[in-house]
Design a protein around this ligand. Sequence first.
Ligand code: FES
Ligand SMILES: [Fe+2]
Length: 370
Amino acid sequence: MTALDLTDFVPEADVAAASTLPARWYVDPGFFPVERERIFMRTWQQVGRLDQLPEPGMFFTTEVAGEPLVILRDGDGHLRALSNVCRHRARTVAQGEGRCKILQCKYHGFSYALDGRLMTAPDFEGAKNWHPEDFRLPEVRLEAWGPLLFVNLDADAPPLAAMLGGTAAEIASHGMAFDAMRFVERREYDVACNWKVFVDNYQEGYHVPVAHPGLLTELDYKQYTIVPRAYTTLQHAPIRQNPGEHRRYESADAHALYYWLFPNFMVNLYPDNMDINLVIPLGPDRTRVVMEWYAVDPAAFRPTFEAQGLAFSEQVQFEDMAICESVQKGLGSRFYGQGRFSPKQEPAVHRFHQLVHGFLTAPGPGYPAP
Ligand code: FES
Ligand SMILES: [Fe+2]
């Protein structure tokens, strides 16, 4: 990999004195492969849901940092994430999703057990130095958090729970039933910006009054709070008692909790529902944002969601996408180099920039100290 110049950013621990990442970090195509290797291949990446694999033999395929993977429940009921690249001549072994007893490659018919062992290699009699036991599909780390599945391609990375810190306990302390959330709906949005622009935008509520007039009617913006932590950030705000027509909660102390997990996962929690955002870099200036909605009681949630909730979420999403595409354009300007932070409003953007710098300049093993 060619050396990437990272010397034009000097990290500053004090948000009040710090500058943003240089514009070049968002527009130079050289960052894409380096970020893939040093950030996306080392961190916990959400790949799907537990409810996609209720029974032995069920599988779905995905990609993480360009790596084809098959996520499955094996015959013993264990969840596994295997390389989805046939050890023979590299066709993907599984396609789409489904149910199977073995994984058979649809090129020359190599077949693998659901734990990755090579079972059959047709017409390989007479092959020299041939050790089928060395031809298993490599397995990568897989962990569940509530209804969600995450994988990590890095054997040296800390466990997901260590990355999340006290997030799960904190969610529970707010009376939010994260583990009981059930899938409702999924949408994908392609945005013409660098993935970091989308994450930056998520990390502050500073833009809500100007950019999201609809969302402003829901939240008590004066009490909006931002808490940067090691590898996560929390933003929270009380939900107004006289909101618009979008969501209503009986509880007098209903909160919205917005969590981000480095580098590209967000979960927005409300008393009885949540939505997640997964930010997937497709190229230096192309990003896919996957949104999924969950509810404790999908049947009860769905009518309001279909009548109002989805449109409301998408309105905010489209407002953010337009902002991000405009920012990407601006970052390419010869008149823009680096910005500054509001110490009150943008400490989580600052934390994200520190982590990006840390991961890019400390390639591992293990994680750089936050
Ligand atoms: S590539 Fe899979 S059997 Fe040949
Ligand atoms: Fe926004």
